[in-house]
Design a protein around this ligand. Sequence first.
Ligand code: FAD
Ligand code: DLZ
Ligand code: SF4
Length: 518
Amino acid sequence: MPQPSTTGGTLRLVLGDQLSDSLSALADLDPARDVVLMAEVRDEATYVRHHKQKIALIFAAMRSFALRLEGRGVTVRYVRIDDPANTHSIVGELHRALDDQPFEAVAITECGEWRLAEALVAFAGVAAVPVDIRQDTRFICSHDRFRRWASGKSQLRMEFFYREMRKETGLLLDDGQPVGGQWNYDAENRKKLAKGVRPPHRLRIAPNEIAQGAIADVARLFPEHFGELEAFGWPTTAEQAEDILADFLKTVLPSFGDWQDAMAQGEPWMWHSLISTSINLGLLDPLDVCRRAEVEYRKGRAPLNAVEGFIRQILGWREFVRGIYWLKVPEYRERNFLDADRTLPWFFWSGETDMACVADTVATTKRNAYAHHIQRLMVTGNLAMLLGVHPDEVDDWYLTVYADAFEWVEMPNTRGMATFADGGIVGSKPYAASGAYIDRMSDYCSGCCYDVKAKAGEGACPFNRLYWGFLERNRARLRDNVRLAMPYRTLENFGPEKRKALLYEAEATREALGTVRR
Ligand code: FAD
Ligand code: DLZ
Ligand code: SF4
C-alpha cells in the first residue's frame, strides 16, 4: 500500500453524508500523497438528539466507506467517536490534522447543512493552507442552475421546476415531449388501499459486523437519544443500497403510484422505496436511480403513473427543496408565517395517545427511524400545524426522529410543505385537513377511540375539532389565498357566533392535547 509523504499532499474531508466514490473532494486524489479525513464527532451526533439508528447508520456507513477507500490504497485518517484525542467537532479535527502533519491544501465538498457550511467557510478563512470548497456534484441541479431558474419568478413551484429538469435530463421524454402526453400523473396516484390488498414483503438489511459495532457504540454512548436500535435494517454500503433499490424496482415500483398516498395500521413501509437514507448519504446516485426507474417503464415492467410519480419525487421534490433551502437560508430558518407559538405535545416523543393515526406513526418512527411521506405530512405535520406548534419545535422533532433527516431536505418539507411556516414558498396553500382525509386514505379511524364523523365535543376526532378553529385563528393571514376560497366561504357562512364557538372548540382541544404557549 503506498504511504503518503510526510510533507505536502492534500487533506481531503469526507463527511458522514458524503460517502460517494464520485465525491468532488476526492476527484483528483493522489493516494501516494493525500490523506482522507473522516471523523465521528459529538457535535454532529448531538446538535439534535438524533434517533439512535441515524447515528448508528452514519457511523457504520462511514467506517465501511473508510475501508473501501483503504482497499483502493488511500490513506484514511479515521477518528473514532471514542478516540481520547477527538476534539468532537469537524473543524477541530481539521485543525488537529493540519497540526499533526504538513499538508499543502485542504479539499472539501460543500456541506449539506448551513450550520456546518458556515463553520467550514470560517475555517477556510483562518487555515494556514489554501482550502478548496467544491460543489457537491451529486445533485442533479446545481445551485447556480436553481438560482437561474428561480430568478425573476414571483412564485417558485415544484411542477414547473420539475418540467425543466425533465427537459434537461431527458427523463421520460420522447422527442422532447413528455411520455404519454402529460408531465404529471398524480391524479392517478391517490387511491385508498383497496380491501384485501396488502403491501409486499420488504427486503431489509441485517446489520453486518461493522454495523453491529456501530450499533453497540451508539447504545453505549448515546443512551438518552430518541428511538430504538433493535429493528435496524438500513443499508450501510453502496452494495447493500443497490440490493434495496433492485428489490424495490422489481417487486414494488409497479404499484408505487397506485398506493403512494395510502396509509395502513401496522404497515410501516407500504409501497415506498426505503432509499432516502441511501441517497442522502451518497450510497445511491439520484440520477442513476431515476434512469433505472425509467428502464422499468420502457421495458414494460412498470406502468407510467408509478414511474413518473417515483421520478418526480427525486428529480422534482428532492432537487426542488434543496434548491429552495440554499436560496433562502439562513432567513428561511426563522420563518413563522402563522405566528405559531405552542409547544410540541409530549406524545410526539412517547407515542402515548389515543389518536390511532398518531400513535401508529410515532411507534413506527421510534422503532424504524422512518415514517412514510403521508404519515409525515398528513398525520404529524398536519397535527403540528393545526395545533399551532412553533416551527422551531417542529423542525427539531423532524430532524431528530428520522434516519434520513438533514436540514436541507427536512426544513423545506417541515417549515414549507407541512406547516406553511414559510408563508407559501414551497407550497401554494397549507395542507390543513380534518380527520376526513385520514379516514379516506387509511384504515386508522375504524380502530380509533375517537369518532371521525363527529365535529365537536370530547369524543370527536381531534383533527376535526382543530380544523375550523385553525382557519378562523389564521383568517387574516390565509383568507386571501385563492386555494382556500371555499373553506373560507363556508366559514363566513357560519356567522360570528359559530365561528367563536369553533375557536373555543379548537382551544379546548389544544389544551386537552397538552400544548401550551411557549
Ligand atoms: P419514497 O416515497 O419511496 O420516495 C422516493 C424518494 O423520493 C425518497 O427516497 C426521497 O429521496 C425522494 N422524496 C420523496 N418525497 C420527497 C420530498 N418531499 N422531499 C425531498 N425528497 C423527497 N425526506 C428526507 O430525505 N429527509 C427528511 O428529513 C425529510 N423530512 C420530511 C419532513 C416532512 C414534514 C415531510 C412531509 C417529508 C419529509 N421528507 C424527508 C420527504 C419524504 O417524506 C421522505 O423522503 C420519504 O418518506 C423517504 O422514504 P422513501 O425513501 O421510502 O421515499
Ligand atoms: C448526521 C451526522 C452524524 C450523526 N454524525 C456525523 C459524524 O460524526 N461525522 C460526520 O462527518 N458527519 C456526521 N453526520 C453528518 C453531518 O451532520 C452532515 O454531514 C452535515 O449535517 C451536513 O449535511
Ligand atoms: Fe386519527 Fe381522528 Fe381517525 Fe382517530 S379518528 S385515527 S384521531 S383521524
